[in-house]
Design a protein around this ligand. Structure first.
Ligand SMILES: [Zn+2]
Length: 240
């Protein structure tokens, strides 16, 4: 049928439309970010049920529209129920969804981004760890071409640590001298953990998570870097 397509997608967010409908944003496997109308979803007994809630991984069938598509069918692939029933996991998941919503382009396929998101949500659902979301942000930044420079001061080139701050515009660490002039303070332990994360040692980092304070520093720095990169706020991060 012309204009009809099927795809896997994760629900990023939903907004009310009119009396009974919602606009649902999906990060899809093959079509990039898609916004589609789910008609009648707010009426009781809607055929969509609760399948179109943020974090749900679904198989959708949609009609292609000029601006908005129209959802015609939804099947649950992964409901991520455990994740959604845990406040802490859910708030972390929501900030990841918002981050993806900020960087993904509509109708521009981004299969790597899709895979990262489904992988992170699945891990958060089955084996939650405080390392998952910071790991996700920094992987997302690398995917977007913002790979942090951690081996030397980005201003003066000094290679000897310890480094004491991070410059968001330059995307790297600062030595004590340059750090006095600006940048965001960060503990050396947090930087060590960040090196592990961006060096692809996520599993090692999950097995031996750092001190919660340093973990939080790395997570907040990741959010700040994403905001700097996308030039948009990630509002749900205030809940963390
Ligand atoms: Zn320096």
């Amino acid at each position: 049928m012309p204009g009809l397509y099927r795809d896997h997608g994760v629900v990023l967010r939903t907004i009310k439309l009119g009396e009974a409908d919602r606009i649902v944003s999906f990060m899809t496997q093959g079509n990039g970010k898609v916004r589609a109308v789910a008609k009648g979803i707010r009426k009781s007994g809607s055929r969509f049920g609760a399948r179109l809630e943020p974090t749900c991984h679904v198989m959708i069938q949609c009609y292609r529209g000029r601006e908005l598509d129209v959802v015609t069918q939804v099947e649950t692939v992964e409901a991520h129920r455990t994740l959604r029933e845990d406040y802490n996991s859910f708030t972390h998941a929501v900030t990841m969804l918002e981050a993806v919503d900020q960087v993904a382009q509509e109708r521009e396929p981004a299969p790597a981004l899709y895979r990262m998101l489904t992988g992170a949500l699945r891990t958060l659902d089955t084996t939650p760890s405080p390392v998952i979301t910071p790991g996700f942000y920094w992987k997302l930044l690398s995917l977007e071409g913002y790979h942090p420079h951690l081996d030397g001061c980005v201003r003066c080139g000094a290679e000897e640590g310890p480094f004491v701050a991070f410059d968001l515009a330059e995307g790297g660490v600062l030595c004590p001298t340059c750090g006095r002039l600006g940048g965001r303070r960060i503990a050396p332990e947090a930087l060590t953990f960040l090196s592990r994360l961006v060096g692809g040692e996520l599993h090692l980092a999950m097995a031996e998570p750092p001190d919660p304070l340093h973990l939080l520093e790395v997570e907040r720095l990741g959010i700040a870097a994403l905001e700097h990169h996308s030039e948009r706020r990630i509002r749900s991060a205030n809940l963390l």
